[in-house]
Design a protein around this ligand. Sequence first.
Ligand code: ZN
Length: 80
Amino acid sequence: MRCTECGSEMRFTSEPMKEMYKGGEFTVAGMERWVCDKCGNDVMKADEADRLSRELADAYAVRKSLLTPGRFASFANHSE
Ligand SMILES: [Zn+2]
């Protein structure tokens, strides 16, 4: 597969990728995609892109709940 930006041969990878999401940086593992080492362009299938946005939303929710432990405490009380 050739890069849509610069025409170089792209490399297929599933190594962890770093993404910016809502002002924070998140690392998502196992995303299959083609990357261009020359210009940094990356291309992924639509279903992988969907999974990426879900994983980012989940990771963001977890990070947010860790920053506000009060929410967890009240949730635990309700479930008893
Ligand atoms: Zn490129």
